[in-house]
Design a protein around this ligand. Structure first.
Ligand code: C2E
Ligand code: MG
Ligand code: MG
Length: 291
């Protein structure tokens, strides 16, 4: 080894870096295998309409049932899959699995919707629209039964690339949702340009709601949504006072631990069937049950 270079060379291959690299590559391979070995699963969190006081949709949230680490949260592996270049394979699995589940539910609850999360990296693929439409067709689902959640960051990415794919999705008729809205400085004109159908107010704002029930940013977002004819959902609703405040602030739908945590498909089915009258979701009904 050349002296003088030594310092940089050493830090590049320090034992820590080496371990991290190995762990990372190991994890990457395990995650690739997870798809094949059927270790991925979807959990579902109910979305509640305030005006109808019923479950209108389910958001599919990905989990990895790791053979030795147990249930792994998406924050631990989504970015890895994005960087390793196989998030699109995962998204295809999510769309297929979520649509299959939705089709089963819709036999009893014909108006139920599914919301699936997409990665910005999915918009690098020209077959995105096809992937979505294939999943819908395979399960005989109308396009408006599916919402695709993307983050605000996508609106800041290269419009030349994103726009045609977004247009393709809009042409299909699926809903396009901006998740965690309000956390970056996306331009308001892009909401119209991309035909956004729903905004989800980030949990951090819901947390800040004062005892007076007011919140200037949420009010502003509600104003934008209603002027643009965009639906408004609040995420991370944990308390009754937040729910009441959000109703007054003009939210259409809500999601959060107050109603239910994300649960597996079996439990989500039970929620729809309203078989747990003693739980917080017990007071909720599905729309066909009350109409
Ligand atoms: P997200 O789409 O914004 O999902 C909401 C997250 O907030 C979920 O975390 C959910 O469990 C959590 N949450 C819901 N209600 C409450 C509440 O009342 N209080 C609190 N403190 N948290 C609440 P989760 O399931 O760990 O997902 C984290 C993120 O991972 C998601 O954020 C989404 O960006 C990403 N993700 C999940 N599934 C997928 C997927 O299938 N594909 C992609 N690309 N990303 C996914
Ligand atoms: Mg989401
Ligand atoms: Mg969110």
């Amino acid at each position: 080894q050349v002296k003088g270079n030594g310092r940089n060379a050493y830090s590049l291959f320090s034992p820590d870096m080496h371990t991290t690299y190995r762990t990372r590559v190991g994890l990457e391979n395990e995650l690739r295998q997870a798809l094949i070995r059927n270790e991925l699963e979807l959990h579902y969190q109910p979305q509640i309409s305030l005006s109808r006081n019923c479950v209108t949709g389910m958001e599919a949230l990905l989990r990895w049932r790791h053979p030795s680490h147990g249930l792994v949260a998406p924050s631990r592996f989504i970015q890895l899959a994005e960087e390793a270049g196989f998030i699109h394979e995962i998204s295809k699995w999510v769309l297929e699995t979520g649509c299959a589940q939705l089709a089963t539910w819709r036999r009893r609850y014909p108006e139920l919707r599914l919301a699936a999360n997409l990665s910005s990296r999915d918009f690098d693929h020209t077959d995105l629209g096809e992937t979505v439409s294939r999943a819908l067709v395979r399960h005989s689902l109308p396009a408006d039964s599916l919402e695709l959640e993307v983050t605000e960051w996508l609106l800041l990415e290269d419009a030349e690339r994103v726009r045609p794919r977004m247009q393709g999705l809009r042409d299909l008729g699926v809903g396009i949702v901006i998740d965690n809205f309000g956390t970056t400085c996306s331009s308001l004109s892009s909401l119209q340009r991309y035909g956004i159908t729903r905004l989800k107010i980030d949990r951090s704002y819901v947390k800040q709601i004062k005892t007076t029930g007011t919140h200037p940013i949420i009010s502003a977002i509600a104003g934008i949504a209603h002027n643009f004819d965009i639906q408004l959902t609040a995420e991370g609703v944990e308390r009754d006072d937040q729910r009441n405040a959000l109703a007054n602030l003009g939210c259409d739908e809500m999601q959060g631990f107050l109603f239910s945590r994300p649960v597996d498909a079996l439990e989500a089915t039970r929620i729809l069937q309203d078989l747990r009258p003693s739980s917080t979701v017990g007071r909720l009904t599905y729309s066909t049950a009350i109409s």
